[in-house]
Design a protein around this ligand. Sequence first.
Ligand code: NAP
Ligand code: GLV
Length: 310
Amino acid sequence: MRILLYRGDGDTAPWAEEFARHLPEAETVAWQEGASRAPCDYAVTWGAPEPALRELAEVKAIFLGGAGADAILKHEDAIPRHVPIVRLGDAGMGIQMAEYVLHAVLRYYRRFDEYEALARAGEWKPLPQYRREEFSVGVLGAGVLGMHVLEALKPFGFPLHAWSRSVKKIEGVQAHAGEAGLDTILRASRVVVCMLPLTAETANLLNRTNLAKLPQGAYLVNVARGAQVSEPDLLAMVKAGHIAGATLDVFRNEPLPVQHPFWQEPRITITPHISALTQRTESVQQIANKIRQLEKGEAIADVINRELGY
Ligand code: NAP
Ligand code: GLV
């Protein structure tokens, strides 16, 4: 069995080492532009450009080194419909998302930013405490990662809401779906957390109209994709005070350009797309297991639905 490896960062060697450990029967080949090579059975890629993807018509499946399929689906025409595209399902990202979102929610709930500013000013000043029953958290996207975050939030007693495409029943969480559900969750959420895949339906979802539905003084946490938020609308609403703060891990253009006004806005916290990093060992273990399942003719999880775009 031969596996073609492509990494946008060019660092395929550690991936090859992990495959040697977890799928020793496979030989790995690093993709090289213009290089001739023997046909491959599977491809494992992240950040592959269109010319590389065009060469993958031969493989039995393409495995992604990440959870989101939006980047590869931009070049969907390059990949025949019969070739399944398989994303990572958790593989160590769920716990990281839980850490990141929990940190942001607790930081806002316990007013840590304000206490930090007071401490810098040398002021000893207890602020009114927020009531947890009024500090609702709405998670947009109740998939693999959204569910991890909801579970992590449960012990704190905040009213929890979730929004997904299909109607769900989640214990301890008010679940919403569809247009009307979006309206309800936004109006109910003191903190809204975006954990949606980037698709035609979710692009620009958090625009002025929808952000205006959040209660006065709400917070936004975006750990999904930058293109889901209208950046000028968000900035305007933060400056106007309607949105009290935002924690953003993802942006329309990454790295976030130095001249971007977000850098100058203290109520916007910026992290460089690190909320859930790919864990190489867990990812390769998961991909190796899926390859074994496919070789036995079994169905596997996390295959992208090309119609839905995730
Ligand atoms: P997932 O399991 O596919 O979950 C996606 C969720 O979004 C599902 O609940 C789905 O609804 C919902 N959804 C999709 N389209 C919708 C729509 N139009 N309206 C309402 N709900 C919709 O994905 P995941 O593994 O949780 O990952 C989510 C995203 O996180 C990824 O796509 C990626 O962009 C992002 N991510 C970011 C980082 C980072 O470091 N910043 C790391 C990993 C992932 P159904 O349940 O009804 O299908
Ligand atoms: C990272 O953003 C991923 O989708 O895995």
